[in-house]
Structures are given as C-alpha cells and as structure tokens.
Design a protein around this ligand. Structure first.
Ligand SMILES: Cc1cc2nc3c(=O)[nH]c(=O)nc-3n(C[C@H](O)[C@H](O)[C@H](O)COP(=O)(O)OP(=O)(O)OC[C@H]3O[C@@H](n4cnc5c(N)ncnc54)[C@H](O)[C@@H]3O)c2cc1C
Length: 400
C-alpha cells in the first residue's frame, strides 16, 4: 500500500501545503479543524490587518484567491489596500478553499507521531486509528504557543481562562462577556489594540497597559505610505520587500539577528483603520513594565513600575494578556519524545534546512514554527506563497 504524506493542520498553511502536494499527485492525508484559529481564537468582528493582496492562500490551481472567493460568493471584491477584510469573510474563504482543493480533510486530532518502520512515521489519531506516513508536515500554527509572561502567572494559578481573573487573548471569541466590566488589556500589538477596541464597543471600560513610553502607535494609511520605496504586502519599505520576497538567505543570518527580526519586524503597531475607534473608546496606561500580579477578592491586581520609578497597583474585573506567541517544540506534545529529542532547535524553534525540512529527515514544519528559519513573513498568510511550493518540491524530490 502507498504510504501517504500526513499534513497536520488545516489553517492557511496546512491547506495551502496540501493543495500543492495534491497538485503534484502525492497521496496526502490532512488533519485538523479548518480555520479554527480564525473562527474560535480571534475576536468576532475582528478585521484583518493584512491587505487583500497579502491574504490569499497560495496554490498552483488558478482561481482560488480571496478575490476569486468574493466573486464565487457574490460579495464585494476585496482587492485594494483600502479594502479591509472581516475575519468572518476570511474564515469563509478558507473553508471554500478547503472544500475545493482539500476535499478529503479529516477533522480529527493527531495524538502522536513517532518514527515508524524504515524511514517513515507512525501516527495515531484520536479516532484510535494507527497508520504509517512517508513524511509529516507540521502546520499546527499558533496552537499550543500562547505566551503568558511569568509576572502574570501568580494571578493565573489554575491557568489563564476567560472566566478566571486572567486570560490570554487567544481564548476570546465573544468579547460581549465584558460589557459593563473594567477590563485591562496588556500589550501594544494589533491583537491587543483591536481586542481593546472591540471590548470597548461591546460596552466594557477598557485600559490598555503598554510597556514603554508612547508605545501605542498606528501605521500610516495606504495613501500616506512613502512613494519611493518598493511595495510589499505590509507597506512600502526596503526591509519589508526583502523579507517578503527573498527569505532564502534568512536562515544563514546569525541566530540572535534572526530571532530579533521575527519579534520586531511588523511588530507592535496598530492598523491605520483602527486608530479612531481605539482613541474613541480606550484609555492607555504607559508603564515601565508590569512587575507582578495577584488576585484579591476574586479580581486581578497588577503591580506596575511607573516611568517615574515608583510602583503602582492597577485593578480591574479581568485582565487579558495580549502577549503573543512563543514557539517551542516542547509544546508540540503530539511529537513523540524521541522525535522531539532528535530535533535540532534554535531557542525552541526547529532549525530548518532547504525546503522546510527539519533535522529529522521527512519531518517538515511550516507557518509560525518556520519563522526562526525563514523570517517574519512566515507569521502571516502571505508566507504560504514562498513556503508551500518550496516545501512541496523538496518533499516530492525526497519522498515522492
Ligand atoms: C489576533 C490575530 C490576528 C491575526 N491577523 C492576521 C492577519 O491579518 N493577516 C495574516 O496574514 N496573519 C494574521 N495573523 C497570523 C495568523 O494567525 C497566521 O498567519 C495563520 O493563522 C497561521 O496559519 P497556520 O495554518 O500556520 O495555523 P492556524 O491557522 O493556527 O491553524 C492550525 C491548524 O492546526 C490544527 N491542529 C493543531 N494541532 C493539531 C493536532 N494535534 N492534530 C490535528 N490538527 C491540529 C488546527 O485544528 C488548525 O486547523 C493573526 C494572528 C492573530 C493571533
């Protein structure tokens, strides 16, 4: 029997990779809940920060861009940099892409991956099925990587949760639960600022606690972008252009530089269209840093160091930590201990070679875990354009 390739994940990267492998005639089994990060782990009513040009899932079959979906669904075409994409439209686009190009998707979880007989892998599904794959693509995206800073841990003794004093931003879809409540959102990235604006619009009294003076900032609208710099899906700048279209040499940069760029490029900056909504409803508290957190009478209390050097306590009914994601292969608990131990890592992220292959032959990573090797573009949907054809070509040559 021909052993298939297993693609674990049905978000933008898993679906795009599967479309490329299928187009090459490679047998593939794809697992996961389609677009679940976007449907359940981002706030309803959210708008994408990326422009329509940067929000299509790459595939070799023509006719499957976001604009093609708009035509097929009979909705207004989203094409210019001024068109903002509602998350609900993007989820529907991903599901349409999946139905057309990845029809046999299996909505089950992979519970374990271990080295199998020969050079293959043995996978166990939560349906109880065991099978052997010739290669495995890990496209599990943000799952398992939500980061809660250590200073907030004392207020989240039983783990962060929407009903507990502290939660992580990935745990929210319906911010209406905070109507009439005092809410603190920690962070200054798009996720923090948009969560804060949406919660305020849903009736919460919201403060954003941001580290560093003047940290809350918004990007320039498309018509104010500098003219004489090259265009990239993220704005006009030489650095963005190079990182988007030429990520090939990224993995040869010094380790510290690679990790720094992943964190800082396209880092904390709100979208241009969010500014007015944010400023209308949200207060900002700049602090030196948050130094601790505790729970008093069931409510969270933050201790912050002020810019003047003193400490202050901030109270609320709930704190949302919009503190991002940290890649750590140790969090990928479905990878068997031997496989994980054999993986070469760089600060927790898998070290990838050409074609997105890890140090374990046949084991590939794409999406966020590949950012430390291929750059910040891998954090975004448009990264599928570079990653998916290269990964599929490498896999076809090595295991096709
Ligand atoms: C608030 C927020 C806003 C964002 N906005 C944008 C934006 O505007 N534009 C942009 O380009 N990017 C944006 N991003 C980044 C975006 O989330 C990623 O680019 C994208 O979702 C990554 O896709 P992915 O396919 O790698 O993973 P995900 O979309 O996270 O999908 C993961 C998949 O893995 C599956 N899975 C996980 N574990 C298992 C398992 N054990 N077995 C089987 N399946 C499993 C899940 O079911 C799911 O199908 C945003 C992120 C956040 C948090």
């Amino acid at each position: 029997m021909i052993r298939p390739v297993a693609v674990i994940g049905a978000g933008p990267f898993g679906l795009s990779t599967a479309a490329h492998l299928r187009a090459r005639g490679i047998p593939v089994r794809v697992f996961g809940d389609p677009m679940v990060s976007w449907r359940d782990h981002m706030p309803g009513g959210m708008l994408l920060k990326s422009t329509p040009a940067a929000s299509s899932l790459d595939c070799p079959q023509p006719g499957h861009t976001l604009a093609d979906y708009c035509d097929a669904a009979g909705i207004r075409r989203l094409v210019t940099d001024e068109d903002v994409i509602p998350v609900e439209t993007f989820v529907a686009y991903g599901e349409w892409f999946q139905e057309k190009l990845v029809p046999g998707l299996e909505q089950v979880r992979v519970v374990s991956v271990d080295r199998g007989p020969g050079d293959g892998f043995e996978l166990k599904l939560d349906s109880g099925e065991l099978f052997t794959a010739r290669a495995v693509v890990v496209a599990t995206g943000l799952s398992g990587f939500a980061h809660l800073p250590a200073e907030l841990a004392p207020a989240a003794a039983d783990g962060p949760a929407p009903a507990a004093p502290v939660s992580h931003s990935s745990q929210h879809h319906d911010l209406g639960r905070f109507a009439g409540k005092e809410l603190i959102v920690i962070g200054a990235g798009q996720s923090a600022l948009e969560t804060a604006a949406l919660a305020a619009e849903a009736g919460a009294r919201v403060r954003v606690v941001a580290r560093g003076r003047g940290r809350v900032a918004f990007g320039a609208p498309p018509w104010k972008q500098p003219r004489f710099r090259p265009e990239s899906p993220f704005g006009r700048a030489w650095s963005l252009w190079a990182l988007t279209y030429y990520p090939h040499p990224y993995r040869f940069l010094p380790e510290a530089t690679r990790h720094y760029l992943v964190r800082r490029v396209l880092g904390p900056l709100g979208a241009w269209w969010l500014r007015e909504r944010f400023e209308n409803g949200v207060r900002v508290r700049d602090v030196e840093r948050v130094v601790g957190a505790e729970v008093r009478d069931g409510s969270p209390v933050l201790t912050v160091r002020t810019h003047a050097g003193g400490t202050e306590r901030l109270t609320a009914d709930h704190v949302i930590a919009a503190t991002g994601y940290r890649v750590d292969v140790a969090a990928l608990d479905f990878l068997g201990p031997e496989l994980r131990a054999g993986l070469q890592v760089s600060r927790g992220a898998p070290r990838l070679g050409p074609g997105y292959v890890s140090s374990e032959p046949g084991l590939y990573f794409t999406g966020l875990p590949a950012a430390a090797s291929y750059g910040p573009v891998m954090r975004f949907v448009c990264g599928t354009e570079f990653a998916s054809p290269r990964l599929a070509a490498h896999l076809a040559a090595a295991h096709g």
